[in-house]
Design a protein around this ligand. Structure first.
Ligand code: HEC
Length: 417
């Protein structure tokens, strides 16, 4: 049974990534196409602009009609299933990974005492409410001004990032926010852009003049989707990097990443539109990236002011190893064992076994990342690991590093000199 679930996860993830590539690929393509349209040559009646492209051994001549051409063609290609498939596969993945192991991935009882059922309900409700509030903001008076609207939507998303970081584990909060933004983007396609387009087509078939509000609305939502693309991919990938999602300021890191994603999109949009290239966006993005690295560093578990520290540091070598091994035995071994004693776990997660001292020494780099640089492990601090206990892993890491350094290539090089 276990193997079926593992395979389901692999296959659904595969589908999700491929569908996402198809969706984002086509959306990037159309944005670049839109910006490259020109009206230098004579266009057919009612046409807005044209573009010539070359790809795969042929030339393409594309003409854009803003509302619609005079006569509708018999065959129309719609772009929507890329978005829908991304969402549907993503939702299954959410169930397979986060909902069926919510204690490991979603819940952090240090933040909020909830059970698995409650966690799943909050998550589902959050996804729906996120869309409802976003859609309401867009349709309200605020939606009439693009800049104000963008600012309000940004603040709303940052608020959600903070809110979720207060109730879910670091990793759970990230994925929840990613799913919320992803849902907003797909719902923009399914509930606003495509229905609007359908109404326009129907009006044309009946020989009526289509309402321009559909075009305006679709443009607004497309713009949001365009600027949310890079952040949402970052959020989805970040779940694999504890330094991003499991430190104190993770929500702030998220807020800044959303801004960086938008800045980078702005660079490419302006460039494709052949406007003045905003090189400053890269300077600002670089500064912000340095800042988030700094934030993740100062947000790591605060080991330094633990009183047991002083006594720990006096110990040497073997003692350090014994201390760390004891901590791993207490806090990690129930899951990271050949036969985990943790309920519903039939094999060690990621194949990582921490049964003896050798295992610990061999895996010290990952342990350091998961326990010292972040508090990703134990998941949701489910075993109540204390700072002084994290310190034992840090000391061992430093000890091993010292020994490693002495035999490093550089050392050997110096010896030859
Ligand atoms: C309640 C069960 C549980 C406990 C306790 C636990 N882990 Fe984990 N650990 C997991 C799960 C589940 C994963 C897989 C996370 C994922 O899918 O990315 C994991 C992943 C890891 C990884 C990453 C492995 C890789 O290749 O990506 C490391 C390292 C790790 N744990 C170390 C520890 C350490 C050190 C402790 C003790 C301080 C610990 N874990 C305690 C469940 C646990």
């Amino acid at each position: 049974m276990d193997i079926i679930f593992l395979w389901a996860e692999v296959l659904v993830r595969w589908l999700h990534v491929v569908a996402g590539i198809a969706w984002i690929g086509s959306s990037f393509y159309f944005i670049a196409l839109d910006y490259s349209l020109n009206d230098k040559n004579k266009l057919p009646p009612k046409a807005f602009g044209e573009a010539w492209q070359v790809h795969g051994g042929g030339f393409y001549h594309l003409v854009k009609y803003l509302v619609a051409p005079k006569n509708l063609p018999d065959e129309l290609t719609w772009f929507k299933w890329e978005a829908y498939t991304t969402w549907i596969s993503g939702f299954f993945l959410l169930i397979l990974v986060y909902y069926s192991h919510s204690q490991l991935y979603l819940i952090d009882t240090f933040k909020l005492e909830i059970n698995e059922f409650q966690a799943i309900c909050i998550s589902l409700l959050g996804i729906v409410v996120g869309w409802v509030i976003y859609d309401f903001i867009c349709r309200s008076k605020i939606g009439e001004n693009t800049v104000t609207l963008s600012a309000v939507v940004y603040i709303f998303i940052v608020f959600c990032a903070y809110f979720y970081s207060e109730i879910f584990s670091g990793r759970g909060a990230f994925t929840q926010l990613g799913v919320m933004i992803g849902t907003i983007m797909v719902a923009n396609v399914a509930m606003v852009i495509i229905p609007g387009q359908k109404k326009v087509v129907n009006a044309l078939i009946k020989g009526n003049k289509p309402d321009p509000i559909h075009g305006i609305r679709a443009k607004q939502r497309s713009l949001h989707n365009n600027y949310l693309t890079l952040p949402v991919i970052f959020v989805m990938l970040a779940g694999h990097y504890p330094m991003v999602f499991a430190t104190k300021f993770s929500w702030l890191i998220l807020a800044i990443v959303i801004a960086i994603g938008a800045l980078i999109r702005h660079f490419f949009n302006s460039r494709h539109a052949k406007k003045k290239t905003p090189w400053w966006t890269w300077v600002l993005s670089t500064i912000l990236i340095v800042f988030i690295i700094y934030l993740s560093n100062i947000g790591k578990p605060d080991i330094s002011d633990d009183e047991k520290l002083a006594s720990l540091q006096k110990d040497i070598n073997l003692e350090i190893l014994l201390n760390a091994a004891e901590v791993v035995e207490v806090h990690c071994a129930m899951c990271h064992a050949k036969y985990p004693s943790w309920e519903r776990m039939s094999r060690p997660p990621k194949g990582l076994i921490l049964a003896n001292k050798d295992d610990i020494i061999l895996n010290i780099d990952s342990l350091y990342q998961q326990v010292v640089l972040s508090n990703a492990m134990p998941p949701g601090n489910i075993t109540w690991m204390e700072y002084s206990e994290r310190e034992t892993i840090k000391l061992l890491y430093q000890e091993i590093l010292k020994n490693r350094n002495t035999s490093s290539l550089w050392q050997q090089f110096k010896e030859i000199l």
